[in-house]
Design a binder for this molecule. Structure first.
Ligand SMILES: O=C(O)c1cc(=O)[nH]c(=O)n1[C@@H]1O[C@H](COP(=O)(O)O)[C@@H](O)[C@H]1O
Length: 233
């Protein structure tokens, strides 16, 4: 089964059972799902098989960042599990991203390969704290251009940077944007946020939504409310 929806629901759950319980309340024709570090570290590849078995396309969000050979091997291992999308950190550099690209191509693996630019929880002062003297918007541009030159299919960025990246990198370059907060949701720890409709208008190609759906009393109703917000724009 596959979904044309731009929505990717982040299954940031502490156990396989909890993640599957939520997945069973979602419709794989109306969203994809994202498996991140906590869930994968606890459950291992079993969660991938279980979600595939339920018909979901999966974004395996492990944000690989290591030497080129190690990242290439990790990306290959992810792709061989049949996931739809996998990511690395653009700040791992050009040679690291190229190694990942080359490994997928060499093995004929069509998993979407994207690079994280600047995390949506980060501000200018957070960047300064790690020695980067630039605003998030400036640093995202730099890393997105590097990611495109290195053969990535797209980037993870905040929706606030999507419009600029559409100008710089074109429509076909994926812009996967977390930090999505529908009108009914709280920002929590996110700093660079937008509503679903604003994010799509700005050029996002995919919206990563976690707590606004997963913590809702009725997750499918929350997803439907987001779909309505998108349809009304
Ligand atoms: O790569 C990601 O998915 C990601 C990158 C980023 O810059 N910011 C970010 O929030 N994420 C992920 O997107 C999800 C957002 O979840 P909520 O804040 O609950 O909507 C989490 O799973 C984060 O790990």
């Amino acid at each position: 089964m596959s979904s044309d929806s731009p929505l990717i629901i982040a299954l940031d759950h502490p156990s396989l059972d909890a993640a599957l319980c939520l997945a069973d309340r979602l419709d794989p024709e109306r969203c994809r799902v994202k498996v991140g570090k906590e869930l994968f570290t606890r459950s291992g590849p079993e969660v991938i098989d279980a979600l595939h078995g339920r018909g979901f396309q999966i974004f395996l969000d492990l944000k690989f960042h290591d030497i080129p050979n190690t990242v290439a091997g990790a990306v290959q291992a992810a792709a061989e599990q049949g996931v739809w999308m996998v990511n690395v950190h653009a700040s791992g550099g050009k040679r690291m991203m190229e190694a990942a690209r080359e490994r997928l191509d060499r093995h004929g693996l069509s998993t979407q390969l994207i690079a994280v630019t600047v995390l949506t929880s980060m501000t200018t002062s957070d960047l300064a704290g790690v020695g980067i003297d630039a605003s998030p918007a400036q640093h995202v541009e730099r890393l997105a251009l590097l990611a495109r030159q290195s053969g990535m299919d797209g980037v993870v960025c905040s929706a606030q940077e999507a419009a600029r990246l559409r100008e710089l990198c074109g429509d076909g370059f994926l812009k996967v944007t977390p930090g999505i907060r529908p009108h009914f949701a709280e920002p929590g720890d996110q700093r660079r946020v937008m509503t679903p409709a604003e994010a799509m208008a700005a050029g996002s190609t995919h919206l990563v939504v976690g707590r606004p759906v997963t913590q809702a009393d009725d997750p499918m109703a929350a997803l439907a409310a987001i779909e309505q917000e998108l349809a009304a724009r």
